[in-house]
Design a protein around this ligand. Structure first.
Ligand SMILES: CC(C)(COP(=O)(O)OP(=O)(O)OC[C@H]1O[C@@H](n2cnc3c(N)ncnc32)[C@H](O)[C@@H]1OP(=O)(O)O)[C@@H](O)C(=O)NCCC(=O)NCCS
Length: 134
């Protein structure tokens, strides 16, 4: 699984219990999932079809850095299915897992349309910074 995006937890992201507000996390995951699906299928004509059970495993606090990971499970005809893990960047404690997120490629009338993709796109990586000697 590749962990694409990171977030610094800020005071405005917290619930009254001073831990990460689930709604904030779900909004970030929704955006990250959409970007992931668009990159994998190379189209933005996609809609969210299904999100499975969401398991909140550990909380996060202000100052924590979290990272969001996605991995393709299946390319269907019009759909793509992937899973998601959000974890603490440093101690790797899992914060949330979602076993199944499904996006569907649609035509101009909003009906399912084959996307023609069968293999996962390599993660987009920035080149490593060059070390300057001497
Ligand atoms: C997405 C939508 C066009 C699919 O229509 P549909 O009549 O269910 O289409 P189909 O039954 O032909 O299924 C299309 C694909 O979705 C998959 N699918 C349908 N229901 C599913 C479910 N409950 N779980 C997982 N996958 C599902 C099918 O397996 C199929 O995949 P494939 O083409 O890769 O084999 C329609 O349900 C829709 O417009 N939903 C609203 C989407 C939306 O507004 N999302 C934003 C919510 S905030």
């Amino acid at each position: 699984m590749n962990f694409y995006s990171r977030k610094l937890i800020k005071p405005e992201d917290l619930n009254p219990n001073h831990t990460l507000f689930g709604g904030s996390l779900l909004r970030w995951i929704d955006e990250e999932a959409a970007i992931f699906a668009i990159c994998q299928l190379n189209t933005d004509k996609l809609v969210t079809k299904f999100i499975s059970e969401i398991n909140f495993i550990n909380s996060a606090r202000a100052g924590d850095i979290i990272e969001m990971g996605m991995e393709v499970i299946k390319f269907g005809t019009s759909s793509i299915t992937f899973k998601c893990v959000v974890r603490n960047k440093f101690n790797k404690d899992k914060i949330i897992t979602i076993d199944k997120i499904v996006f569907v490629h649609v035509d101009e009338n909003g009906r399912p349309k084959p996307h023609g993709v069968k293999i996962a796109t390599e993660p987009e990586r920035e080149p490593e910074p060059k070390t300057v000697n001497g």
